[in-house]
Design a protein around this ligand. Structure first.
Ligand SMILES: [Zn+2]
Length: 384
């Protein structure tokens, strides 16, 4: 299991890395994945230490230096928040969001590792589940669908045949044996769909022998007008729509042509992506942090906001807001506080900071009940 874990960096970890070198140490560039600098390094930076990437005498990254020396890893490095208080290092379990190991996640990883040799023996191209499927900007139902296709879990004709159900093993479009590679790529219906698909070299994709290869290749192909502004490839959406058309033909006896299929795929993609934009936070890189201190009668004693750059997720933003609130409490001499936040995961750093308080209570406070602080945080972003 340790091979899947990456140490969460704290200032002490950074201090430890003073003894080591950027290019020769274990993966350290991210707390979310195994990431280390890709070399070879230039002569001038070959002996670079992690501490050389910090502003001298502080626990802040030297942004320009990080971007200059390690541009590929910079977004991940800048999202690491070295502790300001010397918090103890801790290992985190990458597969879970809060970094804590769970039996369920361990079982899932172990099962996947056991299944990997199968892919080698069947000569199938290895699918990187994360980058080829789960991280694509597609709806969860299509991610699950693609995962089923690649795992061979979709009930296509060839699978029914192996179960002795030979009455419905033929492709509904052309009567050939229905396999995933046939249905989604080689079938005459799919070929006609790919011929007009708004994807660069889409016809070449349809000539790919295996769907997994096409799925990998599609990630580097551009969408063509009118889908050039769609995020990610149209390929998974069109594969999903071919599956829908296949089912409509079998179960509803409805027939659609290639034009209908592409139009519906584009329409569904746009609807889903615009819905994501509406529910997205204001910005990915910048986050507004705000705190409001009130007395027991809800009179405001102090309030303030700030902007943080390189915030990787709303959860990190919430944690940074809590940390900043505790610093502010210390600065204003508030020694007896009740802290309310929407964040359910408490950052270990905060516990160190809160030791000086004579009393502190951490309560889960739903986002919708914290509108005042929320709007204050959004105001911090107005001038970004
Ligand atoms: Zn067919």
């Amino acid at each position: 299991m340790s091979q899947l874990a990456t140490p969460a960096l704290s200032v002490r970890e950074v201090c430890y890395l003073v003894e080591t070198f950027c290019w020769k140490t274990h993966p350290w560039c991210s707390t979310g994945k195994k990431l280390q600098p890709t070399g070879p390094p230039e002569l001038a930076t070959k002996d670079l230490k992690v501490v050389d990437l910090l502003v001298a005498g502080s626990s802040k990254w030297d942004k320009e230096r990080v971007l200059c020396i390690l541009p590929n890893e910079a977004p991940d490095i800048l999202c690491i928040r070295p502790s300001k208080t010397g918090a103890e290092d801790a290992y985190c379990w990458i597969p879970t969001k809060n970094g804590d190991y769970t039996t369920k996640s361990g079982y899932y990883i172990a099962m996947n590792q056991m299944k990997e040799p199968e892919a080698v023996t069947t000569n199938a191209p290895r699918c990187d589940w994360m980058t080829d499927i789960w991280q694509l900007p597609i709806s969860p139902k299509i991610s699950v669908f693609l995962w089923k296709v690649v795992r061979g879990a979709l009930l296509l004709g060839d699978h029914l045949e192996t179960r002795g159900l030979i009455a419905t093993t033929k492709c509904p479009f052309c009567d050939m044996r229905e396999t995933a590679d046939h249905l989604f790529l080689a079938c005459q219906f799919s070929t006609s769909v790919w011929a007009i698909a708004p994807i660069q070299n889409a016809d070449m994709l349809s000539k790919t022998p295996e769907l997994t290869i096409a799925l990998k290749a599609s990630k580097t192909l551009k969408n063509l007008p009118p889908t050039e502004f769609i995020s990610g490839s149209m390929f998974p959406w069109i594969v999903w729509m071919i599956w829908q058309r296949r089912n409509q033909r079998i179960f509803e006896n409805r027939i659609f042509d290639a034009g209908d299929t592409i139009t519906k795929a584009i329409s569904d993609t746009r609807k889903w992506q615009s819905a994501q934009l509406e529910s997205k936070p204001l910005t990915m890189d910048h986050s507004g942090l705000a705190r409001i201190f009130t007395d027991p009668t809800d009179q405001i004693l102090h309030q303030g906001n700030a902007i943080e750059e390189w915030v990787s997720s709303p959860l990190v933003a919430e944690a940074l807001a809590i940390r900043e609130a505790l610093f502010q409490a210390q600065a204003h001499g508030y020694t007896n506080i009740e802290l309310k936040s929407d964040a359910q995961t408490i950052i270990r750093d905060i516990h160190n900071l809160s030791c000086y308080l004579s009393s502190s209570i951490f309560l889960h406070f739903p986002h919708l009940d914290n509108i005042a602080a929320d709007s204050l945080a959004k105001r911090a972003l107005l001038h970004v």
